[in-house]
Ligand binder design. Structure first.
Ligand code: GMT
Length: 389
């Protein structure tokens, strides 16, 4: 991804920044968004320091201006639970001192926001100011964070970060509803590099996944209960009776075995393909005729956006921030969460109506442009510079 010479010169004029980014290294939204943000900022001339307990999956090569700092937790027999938050705090302090960080941006509140806040206090005692931005991603608020085991700490940490951002308006509202927040939460939507998903070869894996010209329905996720994959399987059983089709499932996680069992039980074994985890999906998404998301909660839904950028209509449950990303009746359809018969009927309608399908494809591609990296990255940069000032 080339962000252009003019931009690079602009950064030089404005000063390139030393930015620490704390993230989860795993597959899944927040870690991927944080890594892509770091790499895009690095390309613009900033110096990026990614801090995590493992090599971020998307940082699978040397990238100029990006350094990875691993958090190590020394073993000790007394520790039944490893004190990750303490080790992370120390790592943030050390990286800030050694690399002279200008600011720290943490992704996902638990435990990153509270560790960062503690590091900020420690550095303040040494006369060093570390501006702190916390981006809320979803489950850190809607599922895990609001549990009383975490809530007091999360509330305190959110209230004491310098800037809080949320990846959708829906998540902003959820945060204000569940926590006693005394400061403004700014919405900066998630982004992708749209160009990576476009102009792909027509052929792809169609011959392999759908050798008899079946329609391809696709889903990508971490197979957690919140994704409601059984709804997708049950809907597919209905769709298959009306439209010759195949379901391609990408990803892996705690519910994989249960989902496989359900597929076998419903007699769908030959028509549901499990592709497992893929580091990136841009080489495969455009092969789909339809992308489905059935989640109970979804603050944004990066996977749906990736499908849209690939020109694939999306049918998703109308939850969280998803309706802010995809437009019902234009880029695909929304349906009430849990009502898998409605999901199936909308899918059949779309897959059997070529004119509607073509219109949704075009609208999906167009809508995805609103969340392109070139639009969203400057919002983060402006935020950083305003904090520095
Ligand atoms: O739910 C996941 O798949 C993982 C989680 C994460 O932290 O990676 O995803 C959350 O953050 C993503 C990036 O901002 C959002 O696109 C997802 O919608 C959000 N997941 C939920 O809200 C359930």
């Amino acid at each position: 991804m080339l962000l252009g010479k003019v931009n690079e010169e602009e950064v030089k004029m404005k000063k390139s920044l030393n930015i620490g980014i704390v993230l989860y290294p795993t597959f899944g939204g927040s870690g991927v968004v944080a890594t892509e943000l770091g790499m895009a900022l690095a390309e613009k001339g900033h110096h990026i320091h990614l801090i995590s307990y493992n090599q971020p999956v998307r940082l699978d090569r040397f990238v100029e201006n990006v350094k990875y700092h691993e958090v190590n937790i020394p073993a000790y027999p007394l520790f039944e639970y490893h004190p990750y938050e303490t080790a992370l705090t120390s790592k943030i302090v050390n990286v800030t001192l050694n690399e002279k960080l200008d600011l720290l941006h943490v992704h996902y509140a638990i435990p990153h926001a509270s560790a960062a806040l503690m590091a900020k206090h420690i550095l303040a005692e040494k006369g060093i100011s570390l501006p702190l931005i916390c981006t809320l991603h979803g489950t850190d608020i809607t599922l895990v964070g609001k549990d009383s085991s975490y809530k007091p700490v999360i509330t305190y940490a959110i209230n004491h970060c310098d800037v809080i951002t949320a990846v959708s308006e829906s998540l902003r509202q959820d945060t204000l509803r569940h926590f006693d927040i005394k400061k403004d939460i700014r919405v900066i939507y998630n982004f992708i590099d749209v160009s990576l998903y476009q102009n792909k070869p027509e052929e792809c894996m169609r011959k392999y996944a759908a050798p008899h010209g079946e329609k391809i329905i696709m889903h990508v996720s971490n197979f957690r209960p919140v994704k409601r994959i059984p709804d997708i399987i049950r809907a597919f059983a209905i769709i298959k009776k009306a439209v010759p089709s195949r379901l391609v499932l990408i990803g892996d996680g705690p519910e994989r075995q249960m989902v496989e069992d359900l597929v076998n039980e419903l007699g769908l074994t030959d028509d549901v393909l499990f592709f497992g985890k893929l580091k990136s999906t841009e080489s495969i998404l455009h092969c789909a005729d339809l992308f489905v998301l059935a989640s109970d909660a979804e603050s944004f839904g990066v996977s749906a956006l990736e499908a849209m950028a690939s020109g694939v209509p999306v049918i998703s449950s109308a939850v969280g921030g998803v309706p802010e990303v995809q437009v019902d009746g234009e880029t695909g359809f929304l349906y009430p969460v849990g009502q898998y018969e409605a999901l199936a009927q909308k899918a059949i309608h779309l897959l059997t109506n070529p004119i509607l399908h073509a219109a949704c494809k075009e609208a999906a591609k167009k809508r995805a442009q609103a969340f392109d990296i070139h639009t969203i990255l400057p919002l983060y940069e402006d935020l950083y510079y305003s904090l520095m000032n």
